[in-house]
Write a protein that binds this ligand. Structure first.
Ligand SMILES: [Zn+2]
Length: 554
């Protein structure tokens, strides 16, 4: 979801992207004496010229036709390229001492990615160098201890995420395991939940993102600062394992609230509903299933932007691949809410610039051209999709076999990565809602399907079924080794700037099952690189189709 994706002002997205600093180029000689160019790019990391690269420097199967990324080098190639690009570094027995020589393109993230194998180790790297500022200065000497070096560079190669025992559990058991790590207490400043940081955990991810509903960069940073102060911590970077963290109760997400609270009672009601809800069977061909695919943003609104890519075209491409696979391999009835004219329902290998035109497929089609407030195009997606579900039911389709999927990508705190799935939290779905005729863009579907009502039971069922689908999706993603958000990847609320809501497209959807999928975090460099790769997008679409098949099986 782009920052304010529900009610955004197109002007906010019209601002030009900040100028990226030019890449640093360096030439070095291989042991055989061949000259090779190295390139260090802002936020994209290191790559080396492929054509004369010795075979021993390449990982198996690497393509040498253009620039070869650092990740595609062999351990030997990685060591050579780092030594060649950073000739002032000292490689010692217990550590590497890295001297910052290109502060305009180097970052703690880049150093962590190059030396430890994962950019997400950046907070560990900062903790090892508490006296240095996060913004790199020329000449700063960064210590990278052997214990942090990647396996390719002779270290133990610590994985940054999904390394805790809870990560292997399903959602309910995982949340229960997280809860068991808290204890409740009180001091002069009031009640709090106490948490002791474990080895390798950071305040941002393992406390704020896991135990509260904040995931946006600003919200996470502000709350991390507040919790640090509340816990008597002066410097967030110097936190050691075992440190007592005090989380004020008001910030805890519902599943972590105290015994006897209404929030915890609601959470338990939903979990019970999930267990009670019987799965619907449709067979592997998905016969009799009605699926509506929605790709977020488009037209004048490119959505979230970071790391040289943007949300709209990339999630449109994934949804088109899902569409193609469903049409080729199943008998499901598949529709889309949005179409890029000129491109149609095709997917693309390369996405170079943001597409400027998009239309919501109402009658008549509604151009997302900024002429009407963008909230209209958001509302028309659920209106259209509810209208499609209504005709499906009228033609004797099974109301339980209606599925709405909205594809987005978010821009979260850079320490987070992987897919996150939003389900419509029952407490945040209204009992009734209707749009005025004018905010509807005058489409035929608006008159027929512009109002919704939900009973208490329907709200609970909607969240429960959507949670079941989310579990199936996480399993399929995991099987395809697609990164998943490390802390509570299934969420039922967005908490930002003091407000709480669920996205409108799933809040008002009459589909039996409805989720909004944040396929990746654009702010995270590894996630952005994945999205840029058409092979990844195809794999992602395949996992979504596998998940749909697994979901409609008793
Ligand atoms: Zn979005």
């Amino acid at each position: 979801m782009g920052g304010l994706s529900l009610l955004l002002l197109p002007a906010m997205f019209a601002a030009p992207a900040a100028q990226e600093p030019p890449p640093v180029l360096a030439q070095a000689r291989t042991p055989e004496g061949r000259a090779i160019l190295l390139r260090l790019q802002f936020r994209r990391g290191l790559s080396v010229e492929g054509k004369a690269l010795p075979r021993a420097f390449l990982a198996r199967g690497a393509d040498t036709s253009g620039w070869v990324s650092f990740e595609a080098l062999s351990p030997e190639g990685k060591r050579w390229s780092l030594a060649a690009l950073f000739p002032q570094d000292q490689w010692r027995q217990g550590e590497v001492r890295h001297r910052v020589s290109h502060p305009e393109v180097e970052s703690v993230w880049t150093l962590a990615a190059l030396f430890t194998g994962h950019g997400q180790n950046y907070d560990r790297l900062m903790a090892e160098n508490p006296e240095l500022p996060e913004k790199l200065r020329e000449g700063d000497l960064w210590r990278i201890p052997r214990s942090l070096l990647s396996a390719d560079l002779g270290g133990p190669g610590r994985a940054p995420d999904r390394s805790q025992p809870e990560d292997a559990l399903d959602d309910e058991a995982r949340v229960a395991a997280y809860r068991a790590l808290l204890s409740f207490s009180e001091d002069g400043l009031g009640k709090y939940a106490a948490y002791r940081l474990r080895k390798g955990e950071a305040l941002y991810s393992s406390v704020v993102i896991r135990y509260t509903d904040r995931v946006d960069p600003k919200g996470v940073s502000e709350l991390a600062d507040l919790i640090a102060r509340r816990s008597g911590i002066d410097d967030v970077r110097s936190i050691q394992p075992g440190q007592l963290i005090k989380i004020p109760l008001a910030y805890l997400a519902d599943p972590f609230q105290t015994e006897g609270s209404s929030e915890l009672a609601e959470e338990r009601e939903i979990r019970a509903e999930v267990r009670r809800t019987v799965r619907v069977d449709a067979g592997p061909k998905l016969k009799g299933v009605c699926i509506v695919l929605d790709a977020g943003h488009g037209g004048v609104d490119p959505g979230a932007r970071a790391n040289g890519i943007w949300e709209s075209d990339f999630v449109y491409d994934i949804s088109m691949r899902v569409r193609r696979l469903l049409e080729q391999e199943t008998d499901a009835q598949v529709s889309s809410t949005i179409r890029y004219p000129g491109l149609g329902f095709r997917n693309r290998e390369e996405i170079r610039t943001p597409s400027r035109a998009a239309e919501i497929l109402t009658t008549p089609p509604f151009a997302v051209d900024g002429e009407s407030p963008s909230a209209v195009s958001v509302h028309l997606r659920w209106v259209l999709s509810n209208d499609l579900f209504a005709s499906f039911r009228k033609a004797h389709g099974d109301a339980q076999k209606t599925l709405f999927l909205s594809f987005h990508a978010d821009s979260l705190h850079p320490s987070a990565r992987g897919s996150m799935i939003y389900v419509p939290g029952a407490a945040l779905v209204p009992s009734s809602f209707g749009l005025g005729g004018r905010s509807m863009g005058n489409v035929a579907e608006g008159k027929r399907s512009g109002r919704v009502t939900f009973s208490g039971k329907e709200k609970l069922q909607g969240e429960a079924r959507s949670r079941q689908f989310s579990e199936a999706l996480l399993k399929a993603l995991e099987q395809d080794r697609i990164p998943i958000h490390a802390n509570r990847p299934i969420r039922n609320v967005i908490h930002r700037s003091g407000g709480k809501w669920v996205p409108a497209v799933i809040r008002y959807s009459t589909g039996a099952t409805k989720v909004l999928i944040e396929v990746a975090n654009l702010t995270n460099e590894e996630d952005a690189a994945n999205l840029r790769d058409p092979g990844f997008r195809e794999r992602y679409a395949g996992a979504v189709v596998d998940a749909i098949r697994a979901y409609y099986r008793k």
